[in-house]
Write a protein that binds this ligand. Structure first.
Ligand code: PHE
Length: 341
């Protein structure tokens, strides 16, 4: 009886089946324990009681050991169980704002032709947004750039603090930072106090500035044409219309041919529903005004340059042919709209 090695056997059991077989081996009707009870009958009477107690103790011990082992195996089984046929848990996946993707794309397009991305202050001095762009104090052209003024101490030279109303405020800062040749792209948030279906008080602008010796309008045209073909497609073309900005001379509005009617203005004899004229307005641009170069410390007799500014929001909507009747949807955080990108 002493050489029963149930302890070791139970301990080594690696499955519930093995354990059940051990239970039958020891505690089953024809098992070892019952056999031992049988054997008692052959002993002399005085010894039976003691032997019986001993066997009972062993029986109980085996029961507890099996019980404990069973629980242990169940726990392991539960932890390891992996049902690969169950449908997986899907976690909500975030994405960047659609405009962030567009900005990245625009930056890449211009980086390929050597333009360097820069950032200038969103909270800017009046001077960089106006005076340095040939719009002295009191000039009526300032009214085109309705402005958020900040309640802060005025600077002797730079005037009031404002939320930058256009990225052109980066022009003078860039001229102060580096000597020509300059090839800048400045994408930033810009602010004007408007809030309606076609305006949000915060929007983005993208400013290109190129200054070097012998730079002329053909370089401006070539660069914008390259951008339009990369961003909108090879079949698109541009045209320049005369316009007026204080900081460029001559100044232009740049239009891109419509992607639906390809510049014809009509589809199947009917007026194009997207552009009505064949062209969509893309950007303001022009040759940098000599006064602006001078204020940036650059000699306009040696250097010339051009600049353009356009809105990435508009570019995105024009390309995706989005029929958004309220542009504010871009910024109201509605997940049902944003999720689509
Ligand atoms: N800053 C002008 C605007 O906000 C656009 C522009 C940029 C025009 C550069 C000419 C040159 O309307």
């Amino acid at each position: 009886m002493e050489n029963l090695n149930y302890k070791e056997e139970i301990e080594k059991a690696t499955s519930e089946v093995i354990l059940e077989n051990l239970r039958i081996k020891y505690l089953g009707r024809k098992g070892i324990i019952n056999k031992l009870f049988e054997e008692i009958k052959t002993l002399p009477k005085e010894k039976r009681r003691e032997k019986g107690q001993k066997i009972n103790e062993i029986k109980k011990e085996i029961e507890t050991l099996i019980d404990r082992k069973k629980k242990e195996l169940k726990k392991i089984k539960k932890e390891e169980f992996f049902d690969s046929t169950l449908p997986g848990k899907s976690y909500p996946k975030g994405s960047l704002h659609p405009l962030t993707y567009v900005i990245e794309e625009i930056v890449n397009i211009f980086q390929k032709i050597g333009f360097i991305r820069v950032s200038y202050p969103e909270v800017e001095w009046e001077y960089f947004s106006f005076e340095a762009l040939n719009m002295p104090k009191g000039h009526p052209a300032r009214d085109d750039f309705e402005t958020f003024f900040i309640e802060a101490k005025e600077h002797q030279k730079f005037g009031k603090m404002i939320l930058s109303p256009h990225t052109s405020s980066g022009q003078n800062r860039e001229m102060q930072r580096v000597k020509p040749p300059i090839r800048m792209i400045n994408i930033a948030k810009t602010y004007r106090p408007n809030w309606d279906a076609t305006h949000t008080p915060m929007f983005h602008q993208f400013e290109g500035l190129c200054i070097d010796k012998d730079i002329n309008i053909t370089h401006l045209k070539g660069t914008i044409d390259y951008f339009v073909k990369e961003f909108f497609g090879k079949e698109r073309t541009i045209r320049l219309r005369p316009a007026h900005f204080q900081f460029t001379e001559p100044s232009f509005e740049i239009d891109v041919s419509c992607g639906i009617c390809l510049g014809k203005g009509e589809v199947d004899g009917k007026k194009c529903r997207v552009c009505k004229s064949g062209w969509l307005e893309l950007a303001g641009a022009g040759m940098v005004h000599p006064n602006v170069l001078k204020m940036g410390g650059i000699d306009p007799k040696v250097y010339t340059g051009w600049a353009f500014g356009f809105g990435p929001e508009r570019c995105m909507m024009m390309r995706e042919e989005m029929k958004i009747d309220d542009i504010r949807i871009l910024y109201n955080g509605d997940i049902r709209f944003l999720e689509q990108f």
